[in-house]
Design a protein. Structure first.
Length: 339
């Protein structure tokens, strides 16, 4: 797969590669509590299982209901849990205050570790600090690359969203784009806003942010359609999630626009759209890998005192571009829901 990793992230590539080699020993998904049932559901692949004492890990995300991206993260987490003899307790809420309450619930349950996203770091700060004071190991993933160290997390697994956005901006420039609408489906979500800021920084043309309600796809479609009709000079629509991208293609078609669509993140339907030409490219941050590493890292910390990135550097899982030139390499995995 073609990669577009800037120089400042190359030093972390080895860490990702080593971690990824571990992932190749497992596949598919499992039940949230691990065990034989989860091994059988992993596409018939036999998964080795740790004999270390049973652990309970809480994974707490800001997932919006219906976003298939989080299904992929959860599958990775479940695969690691099955291998490591871990009971995985997954919960999510896109509201920062509610997500913080879920962290408090995990503290009250005296879990052995917490894997958390920091999409709204200010809302999470107080409760995450309580977990750290309680002696519970906490790792971050997916969102919070600029905040995980400030909040006392042990490790972080994910994509530098500003770097990824810059890479997209440069690619759009190379494709001859002149004006871009960057669609943000959740206002105030730091990772999403960092992506669009990165696009603006790396792009030689002009950009404009367009805020939509990602929980209401008919509204997303109508908002994008209206924007394209109002400004026909927009020649690229950049979305920040696969479901929004697929909806954007409908908006382009329905509105009679000639704009092209590119996006962050993958799912199996989006892979088909790239193959069919309705979406030009996607940026893959490897969510399965994020979920897997977040859970596996807590097992390694508990049983061997390991810190990925030495506790001072994030482990980067992206960005990587997927387009017609290399989409076949990930299509099989995307069909399984693991890419």
């Amino acid at each position: 797969m073609n990669r577009s990793l800037p120089s400042r992230s190359r030093r972390f590539t080895v860490l990702v590669a080593v971690a990824a080699s571990t992932v190749l020993t497992v596949a598919g998904c499992s039940s949230s509590s691990g065990g034989k049932k989860s091994e059988e559901s992993a596409g018939g692949v036999s998964v080795g299982k740790a004999t270390t004492p049973r652990m309970t890990i809480a994974m707490i995300t800001h997932a919006v209901p219906g976003d298939t991206f989080w299904d992929t993260i959860r599958k990775g987490a479940q695969a690691a849990a099955a291998k490591d003899n871990i009971k995985l307790v997954y919960s999510s809420d896109p509201n920062g205050g509610n997500q913080a309450n879920l962290v408090q619930n995990a503290i009250d349950q005296k879990v052995d570790g917490i894997a958390v996203t920091l999409a709204k770091p200010d809302a999470m700060k107080g409760t995450v600090a309580k977990a750290v004071r309680a002696g519970i190991p906490v790792v971050g993933f997916n969102s919070g690359v600029d905040d995980w160290q400030k909040q006392g997390l042990l490790q972080y697994f994910g994509q530098d969203e500003t770097v990824a956005g810059e890479a997209v901006g440069k690619k759009l420039s190379s494709l001859g784009a002149k004006k871009v609408a960057c669609v943000i489906q959740e206002q105030g979500q730091v990772a999403l806003e960092a992506r669009c800021a990165g696009v603006k920084k790396g792009f030689s043309g002009t950009t404009e942010n367009l805020f939509v309600n990602g929980a209401d796809m008919p509204s997303v479609q109508s908002t994008i359609t209206a924007k394209l009709k109002q400004d026909p000079s927009i020649d690229y629509v950049v979305t920040l999630a696969a479901p929004v991208a697929l909806t954007a293609t409908q908006a382009v078609s329905g509105g009679g626009s000639k704009a092209k669509v590119a996006t962050f993140d993958l799912n199996k339907e989006l892979v088909k759209a790239i193959q069919g030409g309705s979406i030009q490219f996607a940026v893959d941050q490897q969510p399965y890998l994020q979920g897997y590493l977040a859970v596996d890292s807590l097992w390694l910390y508990k049983n061997n005192g390991n810190y990925s990135g030495g506790g001072v550097a994030p482990v980067l899982t992206g960005p990587a571009f997927v387009d017609k030139s290399n989409v076949a390499a990930v299509a099989t995995f995307a069909a399984k829901g693991t890419r």
